[in-house]
Each structure stands twice: as C-alpha cells, then as structure tokens.
Design a protein around this ligand. Structure first.
Ligand code: PEP
Ligand code: MG
Length: 392
C-alpha cells in the first residue's frame, strides 16, 4: 500500500534465516532470498536502483491528467485507510479518494469513535484529499477484521457471515451515527465544491439498498430535528458478491454509482478465501470466469449510464488495467503508490488497442493463457514498465 515490497505467507522463514541476516524481498515474484551470494546481491542491488529511478520518474507525472494515448480522460483515484494515506495520494497525483475504508478509524480507536470524532476525521480527510471527490465507505468489519466492542462471536465462515453492511444493520445506533457524521461532514466548509459520496460494502440484495435509504432518511430527519447542517449525498453499492453481479441491472437502478470490490468479488466467485495461501492459486483476478463477470457488470453500468469504478487491487495491476480499460471502465481506484504507474501505462495505450486485447483475452480458456497474452501485449505497449512486472 505504501510502495513497500512485501511477500506474504512464507512458511518456516525462521528455519532459513536469523536476526541480522541479509534478505532480498522480491515482491513482484513472491520470492525471498535469504543470505544471498555476492552475485545475487549485486544483481538485486542494480535492480533496486533501476526500480527506485523508474518509480521516481513515474511520480513526476503527478500533475498531468490521466488519459489514454488517444486522449480519453480517466479518473485514477486513491484507496486510503486514513489521514496518513492522504499525503501519499497527493504526492502520487491521485485525482480524488475513490475509497476511504472507515473501519481503520474504528480499529485504531480504544473503543468506538463517536459521531463528533467521526465528523472531525471525515472533515480532515475531505479538507486534505486530492482532487474534488471523496468516497466514504461505511464500516466494513467482520471477515478478517473484528473489534470486540461489537460483540463478535467466533464464526465457522466469517467471510460468509456477519460482516460489512450486515453488521451495520444489526447495530442501527452505530450505523446512524456514521451516516449522520458523513452527512454533516458533507455540509462542512471543507466540503464546499467537493463531491462527497457514501459507499456501502457487500451489498447482496435490493432490500438492503432500500433499508439503507430508510436509514439515510432517518439520519437526515434526526439532524434536521437537532438543527444540524447536513447535505444529502449520492450513494453507491460495492459490487463484491456474485449475487449482486447477477442482478446488477436491477440493483444499479436504485443507486447513484457502483464500485466493484474485486478483492472480495474474486474470492466469492471462485469460492476461495483471499487470505488462505492453500487456495490462493484460485483467487486470480485474471481468470476467465472473473473476466466474464467484470465485462458484464461494466457493460451493464455503461448502458445504464451509471458511473462505475473498480477499487480492488487489480485496478493497479498493469495487466488487469489494460483489460478493464478495454471493457469500458474509465474510473479506477487503487493504492496511492500505484497511481503513477497506471497513469503512465494509460498514456501508452489507445482504446482500440485495449478493446482488441479484451476480445483476444475473452476467447482464452485458462488464466495462464490470459496472463501470457497480457504480458506480451504490455511488453509491446509499455516496455518502460517491464521492470515492475512479475516474471510469468
Ligand atoms: C475489495 O473487496 O475489492 C475492496 C476494495 O474492499 P476491501 O479490500 O477493503 O475488502
Ligand atoms: Mg471488500
């Protein structure tokens, strides 16, 4: 998230190294080399220098607009977990905040932040955010993120259980507090000229959207009764559950925008826990079933003229970006550190090229074939970025 190389799920690392040993962490390829020999060390030091130079050069595009080689305007915004990430998103040239994960405010608080504390936090985020749009996502707890104050029981299947919007509905007082804090922040002086929006995670049914609208009306009438200033804001659903992808046409009618949470969508579609290394080979955003679902959702939203964003990690993967662009996506949100790379890549690709790549990719039957097609295309379109890509 901060541009720090990382490799996860390395088993028995301590059997291979001890304190003070030199380690090489190659986050592109998921490789850790313990106690490298002189040749490995000098090869990686050279690579590191080239990598840092390239990242530095790319970050110089922070003030230029995001557009394709043939001039199609894109929105490349940042995913943030709190105020700390705002600095990075400005420095990297993000065009706005596409996803503020408010659960981190709760996870770092000694108990539960009250309405005033939330209001202050949202105002500061809005005041410092780059660009003119801030999307605030309501509490997305449960799954891998639990806090004791909400009375979380151990569940057999936490990702399929009591999480996200399901949990907010069960804590109406807390949910209303969060809604009121956002509506008030949207009317604060900092928010003048800023498009503040609310985003709801893990939407599965249309009834949930109706319930959200009821809660929003209630939050607004409570604020009115208390003579607080507030502003009603556009609302969006996070498309993360396959059921919502299948019914996107009817769900999208009831919201102002859609944001595809591909991290969760991929795990639910493939029935493979995103945090379990034993099944990580299935959690593959470039797999044929995932591509079909994404193409469908983007196409339906475009036909309905419903703004659609993708805010999962794949938005910042060069190979996936080209495909999403070709499928019709124009709004991407990603870790701040990835914004310069994607902006640069966009400037090397025309829409016609991206659309042709989608046609070819959708005809392939395996993830391996999709990946190698995309590697070959990227090497042609943006050879300057080859250093950032994993070897296949
Ligand atoms: C997602 O699921 O793609 C997403 C952006 O949300 P999170 O990673 O916070 O679950
Ligand atoms: Mg998610």
């Amino acid at each position: 998230r901060r541009g720090i190389p990382a490799v996860t799920a390395v088993r028995n690392l301590k059997d291979y190294c001890s304190n003070g040993d030199l380690l090489i962490v190659d986050g592109r390829n998921g490789v850790v080399i313990s106690k490298p020999d002189a040749e490995q060390e000098s090869a990686y030091r050279k690579l590191q220098r080239e990598f840092v130079d390239l990242k530095g050069q790319l970050a110089e595009n922070r003030d230029s607009p995001a557009r394709t080689a043939d001039g199609v305007e894109l929105e490349i915004s940042a995913n943030i977990n709190g105020l700390d990430d705002i600095v990075a998103s400005r420095a990297m040239g993000a065009s706005g905040v596409g996803l503020y994960r408010t659960e981190y405010l709760f996870l770092t608080h000694p108990s539960v932040p009250n309405e005033e504390e939330q209001l202050n936090d949202y105002r500061r985020i809005i005041a410092d955010a780059p660009g003119k749009r801030v999307i605030i996502r309501t509490l997305d707890l449960g799954g891998d993120k639990t806090i004791p104050f909400l009375g979380h029981d151990r569940e057999a299947n936490p990702f399929m259980g009591w999480r996200s919007i399901r949990l907010s509905f069960e804590h109406p007082k807390l949910f209303l507090e969060q809604l009121r804090a956002v509506l008030r922040a949207a009317a604060s002086p900092e928010a003048a000229g800023v498009d503040v929006r609310l985003l709801f995670p893990m939407i599965t049914t249309i009834e949930e959207i109706r319930k959200i609208r009821t809660m929003l009306r209630k939050a607004a009438s409570q604020l009115k009764a208390a003579k607080q200033t507030y502003r009603n804001v556009p609302i969006g659903l996070m498309l993360e559950v396959p059921a919502a992808a299948v019914t996107i046409e009817s769900l999208a009618r009831d919201v102002d925008f859609v944001s595809i949470g591909s991290n969760d969508l991929v795990q639910y579609l493939m029935a493979a826990d995103r945090d379990n290394p034993k099944v990580s080979h299935l959690c593959e955003p470039l797999s044929p079933p995932v591509l079909r679902v994404l193409a469908h959702v983007i196409q339906v939203c475009r036909r309905m003229k419903k703004p659609v964003c993708l805010c999962g990690e794949m938005a910042g993967l060069p190979r996936a970006f080209v495909l999403l662009l070709g499928m019709g996506l124009r709004w991407f949100s990603m870790s701040p550190a990835l914004v310069p790379t994607i902006k640069d890549l966009a400037s090397h690709v025309t829409l016609a090229e991206a659309e042709q790549i989608v046609r070819e990719a959708l005809a392939l039957k395996t993830t391996a074939k999709v990946r190698s097609l995309l590697s070959a295309k990227l090497a042609e379109l943006a050879p300057n970025l080859a250093l950032l890509e994993a070897a296949d």
